[in-house]
Ligand binder design. Structure first.
Ligand SMILES: [Zn+2]
Length: 280
């Protein structure tokens, strides 16, 4: 039976050697969790010689790993040179992710700026294609996962990331349910979560539901979308209904919890999920 794996966004806070990725993976296993997203959000901090032990230990412990590319990349930068540089950053993050044993690299594709969504879509798609070609040419096997955006100024509606995933082999969605809730004010009920999952299955096929990449946390938001992440208990997010919808659709893949309390909410989500049984 396909099951979801639960992991933290970054090294668990209770890791004794703070900032040590390998120690973080060992802590994940001790906690009884199954995965971790390595945070390159402020920069790709692993190098060839430090990525190899991460891959080794991750594999030995049977963990599922992903990476989050730097926040500063914008594949729709107004300047063409800067756009290509952003593609270079994504490529670097993806190849280091693969060397660290991660199967996916999650990224925020860019900002709309003053352009129409259709023009932005084409610009971002073109940059992603360059990165995919390069990765393929090198034989690097890693999925590029554009993330569903939390702010309305950011590219990445559900429709946009599903369309990219359908049109580009090697691209799959990173569905951030906190962002979806924050950017729309909706998507906080069993029916709405099921609607999203059905849309993923209808657009991308059953394989996409077997290999989801999800972000979940509590979230504070305003009209413009995301303000900041919150611990689940301090938020209005109905994570139990989300987990029920995921159970009912027999979802597989990796669920990364991005709450500020890191492993506390990840364990809460995993515990809640394991206690559920399908409603249908
Ligand atoms: Zn993100």
């Amino acid at each position: 039976m396909t099951m979801l794996t639960f992991g933290t966004a970054g090294i668990p806070a209770s890791t004794k050697a703070s900032g040590d990725t390998v120690a973080g993976l060992k802590r994940i296993a001790e906690l009884g969790l199954g995965g971790m997203e390595i945070e390159f959000v402020r920069g790709v901090y692993l190098k060839d010689h430090t990525a190899a032990p991460v891959a080794y230990v991750g594999k030995k412990l049977g963990l599922k790993l992903s990476c989050h590319a730097p926040y500063y990349l914008n594949l729709n930068h107004a300047d063409e040179v800067r756009r290509r540089q952003a593609g270079g950053v994504l490529h670097h993050a993806a190849s280091m992710a693969a060397k660290a044993g991660a199967k996916s690299v999650v990224f925020h594709a860019g900002y709309y700026l003053k352009d129409s969504p259709e023009i932005v879509y084409d610009a971002i798609k073109a940059q992603i294609e360059v990165v995919l070609d390069k990765l393929q040419g090198e034989g690097t096997l890693v999925k590029l996962r554009p993330e569903l955006a939390g702010k309305i100024s950011q590219f990445g509606t559900l429709a946009e990331i599903l369309r990219l995933s359908k049109e580009l082999p090697g691209v799959a969605p990173a569905i951030d349910f906190a962002h979806l809730h924050a950017s729309t004010g909706r998507y906080n009920s069993y029916a709405e979560f099921s609607e999203v999952l059905n849309r993923v299955g209808d657009t991308l096929g059953r394989e996409a539901l077997d290999d989801l990449h999800l972000h979940v946390s509590g979230i504070e938001y305003a009209k413009t979308g995301e303000r900041r992440h919150l611990n689940l208990a301090d938020s209005d997010f109905h994570y139990d209904e989300l987990l029920q919808a995921l159970t009912d659709v027999k979802a597989g893949g990796l669920l990364i919890c991005e709450s500020p309390n890191i492993e506390v909410d990840t364990l809460l989500l995993q515990r809640t999920y394991l206690d559920l049984s399908p409603r249908m």
